[in-house]
Write a protein that binds this ligand. Structure first.
Ligand code: 8YV
Length: 323
């Protein structure tokens, strides 16, 4: 019997070793060992002769890149739940399947949101910077006093899988859960969380805002100066969704004026570039997009990509997680 050649798969980034190994086992792979991020035109050029692309957030799979992809490409599997880096309509128009990685990163991302809530409440960023700079001169009764999350109202914007995982964790810290969503959740999913159909009323009812909405044009600068003004004085803002949903200048101004007590950010508009004002704001804690960065989760995300690629390219079936 003639040997069948495996489908050709382009890996746009350097993925975790277990993921790369499985990809190389089942596909004829072009890897990216130096993990250099490709521009849109470079990506379209690199995709020549490939059947599938495994990509990640930050890859410029915009309308232009998708239009320039060769006809051989049948599927783009993104190593992310977010798809704002991909022009889904353009892919659909070309008959290219797009898949993402829901569920497997919900707990990891919620952990980072909880970490930011705790760090912002307890001033962990300032404290670490103080000690590391060799400026700590000793314990003092009023030094770096924060606030406790216990008894505070946590407002979850976007009560999907990540929001619900965060709600579960935050209940363990004694927080009261409120949420704003397009739709009210069924009672068993809400688990006692208070639904606010009106965004402005929601913002005025909470002590800590945790943002979990997707990026893209529809949500750009969702948290603007007017909405920040609706938050209670001394409120805290945390974002682990997409940086584009926050107006950075407005957030910085509110941190500086003291209207907001603190903020915790894991995602940034135009990342890895960071709004200049954050560098000097003491009351903001900044993480480099760590949401899904656990060994377990990154393996699970890669395997989910490969499950989708297998369905389409090895078995000729529909993708399991169409975006
Ligand atoms: C990804 C994320 O790991 O899944 C997402 O949407 O934001 C991250 O956790 C990252 O974007 C790499 O694709």
């Amino acid at each position: 019997m003639p040997e069948t050649t495996p489908p050709r798969l382009l890996l746009t980034r350097l993925f975790p070793p277990n993921v790369e190994a499985r990809a190389a086992r089942d596909y004829s792979v072009q890897a990216n060992p130096t993990d250099k991020v490709m521009s849109g035109p470079e990506l379209a050029e690199a995709a020549k002769g490939f059947d599938g692309i495994m990509c990640a957030a930050g890859d410029a799979l915009n309308g232009q890149t998708i239009a320039a992809l060769p006809d051989s490409v049948k599927i783009i599997a993104t190593f992310s739940v977010g798809t704002d880096h991909i022009d889904l309509a353009a892919a659909r128009a070309r008959g290219i399947a797009v898949t993402n990685t829901p569920d497997v990163l919900s707990v990891a991302t919620a952990e980072i949101a909880m970490l930011l809530i705790l760090t912002a409440c307890r001033r962990g960023g300032e404290a670490e910077r103080l000690v590391r700079a060799r400026q700590w001169t000793g314990w003092a009764p009023t030094q770096l006093m924060g606030i406790t999350p216990e008894g505070k109202k946590l407002g979850i914007l976007g009560m999907g899988r990540i929001g619900q995982a965060l709600a579960k964790m935050a209940r363990g810290f004694g927080m009261e859960i409120h949420y704003h969503n397009r739709k009210q959740l069924p009672a068993e999913e809400a688990a006692g969380a208070v639904y606010h159909p009106d965004a402005e009323e929601f913002l005025g009812s909470i002590d800590v805002l945790s943002m979990h909405i997707p990026g893209g044009a529809a949500t750009r600068h969702w948290l603007n100066a007017e909405r920040i003004a609706r938050l209670r004085p001394g409120a805290i803002v945390v974002n682990t969704g997409r940086g584009s949903t926050v107006d950075d200048a407005a957030l910085c101004a509110a941190l500086e004026s003291g209207h907001l007590r603190a903020a915790g950010l894991d995602v940034f508009d135009g990342e890895p570039k960071i709004f200049e004002g954050y560098h000097s704001a003491p009351n903001v804690v900044l993480l480099p997009h760590l949401g899904s960065a656990t060994i377990e989760t990154r393996d699970a995300m890669g395997f989910r990509c490969l499950d989708n690629l297998d369905a389409v390219l090895l078995r000729g079936e529909a993708p399991l997680h169409p975006a």
